[in-house]
Design a protein around this ligand. Sequence first.
Ligand SMILES: Cc1ncc(COP(=O)(O)O)c(C=O)c1O
Length: 404
Amino acid sequence: MFSVNINFLRLPGNYLFSTIAGKVNEYKQANPDKSLISLGIGDVTRPLPPAVISALHSAVDEMADASTFKGYAPDGGYAFLREAISKKDYAPKGVDISPDEIFVGDGAKSDSGNIQEIFSPNAKIAVTDPVYPVYVDSNAIAGRVGFFDEIEEKWDNLIYMPCTADNCFAPQLPGDKPDVIYLCFPNNPTGSTIPKSELQEWVDYANTIGALIIYDAAYEAYISSENVAHSIFECEGAKTCAIEIRSFSKNAGFTGTRLGFTVIPKELEYNGVKLRDLWARRQGTKFNGAPYIIQKAGEAVYSDQGQKEVRELVEYYMENARLIRETLDGMGYTVSGGIDAPYIWMKTPEGVDSWGFFDRLLTEANVVGTPGSGFGPSGEGYFRLTAFGTHENTKEALERIKRL
Ligand SMILES: Cc1ncc(COP(=O)(O)O)c(C=O)c1O
């Protein structure tokens, strides 16, 4: 008789953003006259850059002509895009990543959720706390993190690396020895980064204990501090212990267009097995490639015009980040993030927990944010606001928060 994957039943409640959407819809239905401003989910609001739109149009025309029509994309992505990534993202940082170490996919959520399929079923996982939920849930569905303790709000076979104000939101090397360590910098949700020298310590640690680092660099474009690495491969020895995942969502506005990539160096191997080959096999089995049209759009991001337009987009959102950070700070809130990342992580007022603050902001200011506790137990007492709104909405949301 059929039985389901019981690991799904062990997942606590809904995906965070589905819970938020449910609460917001309920409030909207009960208060149809209220206009809500969302600084909640990390979705962009600016349109795609003109260079990307133009590439999309011409790629569509190619698909309309039998002589230029494209069917299935090559495994791992088209050479034109993989070469552009290698030349424009990595070479300028002094990092030698060859096109065949780059696997183009449909975004960092899929890749960061699917990458665990190449781990042993018994791999011991370490995550920062708070954390982007996909890393935990994908390993939970695979049965790797044990049972969820509703009281502690923790999985019993997962290593949590707390990131709080006490450690400037930077994880410390864990006491228990992990097999896989998920790191994300600039960080979602805390908006924090660590200096390259600290990232180097993680690389050295992983190489020493034989662990694998999954490095999520989805927000790399937001780094402005000189001492923060854009890629983990800027660290010495990273090619023997790290996989890097990137996205076109937050730099170029591809959240609804879908494109990302994963870098697995040829040197990365454990017991003689190259992880690059395993991922190639996984993708070859389950993925038929990102659409040609979208890969052409991705290539346009790397043109001179595309790069200029992406920088303008990032600057637009970072102006919101500055405004949110400075306004909240001026109001006496304790805030962090928002310097090298489009997220502002604020402490909730004394005596108000994360969901309490969410409810208060929703009902009294009609502003939607994200409760820190939704990202892990150490997120309790914090709240995340994103800089991805329009300037107008961001200003209006801050005015409303001021009136609370
Ligand atoms: C840390 C992190 N990784 C990955 C993603 C997903 O990116 P994509 O749109 O490429 O799937 C997000 C999206 O919010 C994110 O915050």
